[in-house]
Design a protein around this ligand. Structure first.
Ligand code: FE
Length: 236
């Protein structure tokens, strides 16, 4: 009897201007693929890589409606006829899939499970694969995504991270949506121990107070990026 092992492959790509990570995820057997959080300025790079690797792109998935860059998902769909997935809470006029907690994305034999992890925005999705979670900006390596706009909520952020992500096995790899300090990935066990905001049993009320005390400036591109991303990046 021949058994074929399910194998998920991952490529992590970066947009240096916005420090955004884009991920290409595929099933090694069928070569069916998804791109997570593509950036509009990098679409040429991503399409070339997809072609070089011989992948069949099924989905362009967003972890949330971004405020700091414009998505490349609309342009990628124009080239490769994939389906765009965003959370059902996003006021998106252009997506094909309105995703909710518990949905499964199939890439051949590989499955990505949608976990709704709101708090950075109300559209946050983490995509859980076999031993890996792509968590967008809700949890960053040794940090967490800001909670002060786009229906962000520090209490929800704490609950999403501690009840949904920190209950995954400790060895689960964490691939975030951004990093500003040179890190590429982490693990659940590592963040539970060393994340300065949430690690080592940090209390919910302390976390809320900390997040509310931050005086952060508005992202430069916010006024154009949010409506642009609600239109899948298909704007001037
Ligand atoms: Fe974000």
């Amino acid at each position: 009897m021949v058994t074929t092992l399910v194998k998920m492959h991952i490529r992590q790509l970066i947009d240096n201007r916005s420090s955004t990570y884009t991920y290409l995820v595929w099933d090694a057997n069928s070569r069916e693929a998804a791109v997570i959080d593509p950036v509009r300025e990098q679409v040429g790079r991503d399409l070339k890589l997809i072609r070089e690797l011989g992948l069949i792109l099924k989905y362009a998935l967003e972890t949330h409606i971004h405020a700091d860059h414009i998505t490349g998902s609309g342009l990628i769909r124009e080239s490769l006829d994939c389906h765009i997935g965003v959370h059902a809470n996003a006021a998106s006029q252009c997506s094909d899939l309105k995703l909710v907690d518990g949905d499964l994305i199939a890439l051949g034999e590989v499955r990505l499970e949608v976990i709704h992890t709101p708090g950075h925005t109300n559209t946050d999705i983490s995509y859980l694969g076999d031993g890996v979670v792509f968590c967008g900006d809700i949890l960053l390596i040794r940090g967490s995504g800001r909670t002060d706009f786009q229906s962000g909520d520090p209490g929800q952020s704490y609950d999403s991270i501690t009840h949904r992500l920190f209950t995954l096995p400790n060895e689960t790899l964490i691939y975030p949506g951004h990093d500003y300090n040179g890190f590429t990935c982490s693990t659940v066990g590592e963040e539970k121990k060393y994340n300065p905001r949430l690690g080592d049993g940090a209390r919910r009320d302390d976390y809320i107070r900390l997040m509310q005390s931050m005086k952060l400036t508005k992202p430069d591109m916010m006024d154009s990026a949010v409506p642009g991303n609600q239109a899948c990046g298909l704007v001037e």
